[in-house]
Every structure is written in structure tokens, then in C-alpha cells.
Design a protein. Sequence first.
Length: 221
Amino acid sequence: MTSVDEPVPPGGRQRDAARTRAEILDVATREFARAGYKGARVDEIAARTRTTKRMIYYYFGGKKQLFTAVLERAYGAIREAERQLDVEHLDPVAAVRRLAELAFDHHERHPDYVRLVSIENIHGAEHIAASEKLGGTGSPALGVIRRILAAGQETGVFRADVDAVDLHAVISSFCFFRVANRQTFGALFGRDLVDPARRDHYRAMLGDLVVAYLTAERTAG
């Protein structure tokens, strides 16, 4: 039985709350990625979920909270993948390649994530900063990177002056650029960065770049 304050979904039948929230987030993710935060309309999201604007507000509170929830789920997906990454049995070079491949694969499989991050940057990361789940929490990948770096530095394979956050930025930059700049890069240079025929090339190239950076001798400055 529903409370007097809880709206009843169309058709008079109480829908499963978790399923309803997930459906709303699925559609909202696509709509925000397509139209941006300002361009997305809650009415349109409601229409595509076969629910009502009132129900969306009931579950999320408003457009701002809905966009924040979309970001939280998008970041949560890649963080979960990072948590499940098992590289403890690999040597440092193989481990850092595997980490780079994980980021490469995730960005490629989730172009909406890339667009959402671009949109959030336009808005000064205000939603992330205000989120209790995301604000200032970093990434599980940093812990993995630190362990890989420590192992490589201890054996003398990696240079000693590499910062985990910098390395994370290097890997993320390549993966992000490849998806986010696909259209502009293609228009300017006539090359599709996500062309399946060149996928293995770019995936290996990222690993080569990271390993080359980690194993290069530091020049005196």
C-alpha cells in the first residue's frame, strides 16, 4: 500500500521502485548526453520512460538532482570496473598496460559517459562538487596505480619521479580525446579515431606511450 504522499504510477499499479529508477536513469543518461544539462527536458525523459514528471520528481527531487544521479551512476560504473581490476599477479609493465586497456575499453563502450563528463566540465563540475558520492573522492584506479608504480620503482623498471595522479591523467586524456573529439578530429584530419579497423592499433599505442613514459630517463632541467 502506498503512502498518501507517494504518487501512483500510470495504470494504478505500483511499479518496482528500483526498476523504475533504473529506467529513468537509462533514459535520462541518453537525454542529458544528447541535449546537455540545459537542453534536456524532464518532460521528454518522462515521456520516454512511460512515467510522469511528477514521478521523476518523487524519485529524484528535480532536474539538478536527476543529472547528479546520472553522473553518480556513470562514474560509479567505471569505478566498479577499477575495483574489479586484478593486476596483482602481473609484472609492473604488464599491469600498467592492463590498467590503460581497462580505461580504453570503458571509454569506448560508454560514449555517453564521455559526453556527460564534457557537459559537467562546461558547468564547472558543480554537480560533482555537491555530490556526497563523488565530491573529492578520487578514483579507485589511483590506489592500483600507486601499487604498480611502487612495484616498478622498487625493481628499477620505472622512473622514480612519476605521480599517480599525473599518470591517471595521461591515460584518461588519450581515452577521452579519442571518443570526445572523434567528429572534429575526423573533419580536420580525415581519420576516424574509433574506426574498428584501427582499434587494436590505438589500444596498443596507449600502452606503448604509458610504458615509454614510465621507463624513460628523466632529462636534467
